[in-house]
Design a protein around this ligand. Structure first.
Ligand SMILES: Nc1ncnc2c1ncn2[C@@H]1O[C@H](COP(=O)(O)OP(=O)(O)O)[C@@H](O)[C@H]1O
Ligand SMILES: [Mg+2]
Length: 151
């Protein structure tokens, strides 16, 4: 599924909708270059999950936790040398826990990710505020999530 976004308002609308549909255990992978809009989209997903705290980029902290309708675990694995470090952090407790995992730069830890997941690939469009988001679903849960997103 491909979504064409024209302006931040549309990014916010899409993110909030996605956030409102998320369930316990969901894994959402965000990929795209620096400045593509991964953190911007994360804020909107957080809003859709009814997170009240201000969501900031976890680039230096690797992971931030928020309380919302479900716990939100917001990762940025840009600086990670290899996936091993994640296991030291107990990442599987997050993946298979009570909340939702949002992972910026997920492509860096491709081999460590659970097989079932939603991948969002964000590309810049032909103008400054335009974006193209490619959505890939792996597994039944995410097929049906994409079905709900289309509605
Ligand atoms: N439609 C859009 N969606 C998301 N971000 C946009 C959009 N148009 C412009 N931007 C800008 O692009 C930048 C995206 O930055 P950020 O979300 O931090 O990216 P990343 O986390 O991928 O590095 C922000 O400055 C944001 O204001
Ligand atoms: Mg970011």
């Amino acid at each position: 599924m491909i979504i064409r976004i024209d302006g931040i308002d549309e990014t916010n609308k899409f993110g909030e909708k996605l956030g409102s549909l998320l369930q316990k255990g969901d894994i959402i992978c965000l990929n795209g270059d620096l400045g593509a809009g991964k953190t911007t989209l994360s804020k909107a997903i957080g809003k859709g999950l009814l997170v009240e705290d201000y969501i900031t980029s976890p680039t230096f902290t690797l992971i931030n936790e928020y309380k919302g309708r479900l716990p939100l675990y917001h990762f940025d694995v840009y600086r990670l040398e290899n996936g091993e470090e994640l296991f030291d952090l107990g990442i599987e407790d997050y993946f298979y826990g009570d909340g939702v995992c949002l992972i910026e730069w997920a492509e860096n830890i491709q081999d460590e990710l659970p097989r079932d997941r939603l991948e969002l690939w964000i590309f810049r469009g032909e103008a400054d505020n335009k974006r193209v988001i490619e959505i890939k679903a792996f597994g039944n849960r995410y097929d049906s999530l994409v079905g709900e997103l289309k509605r």
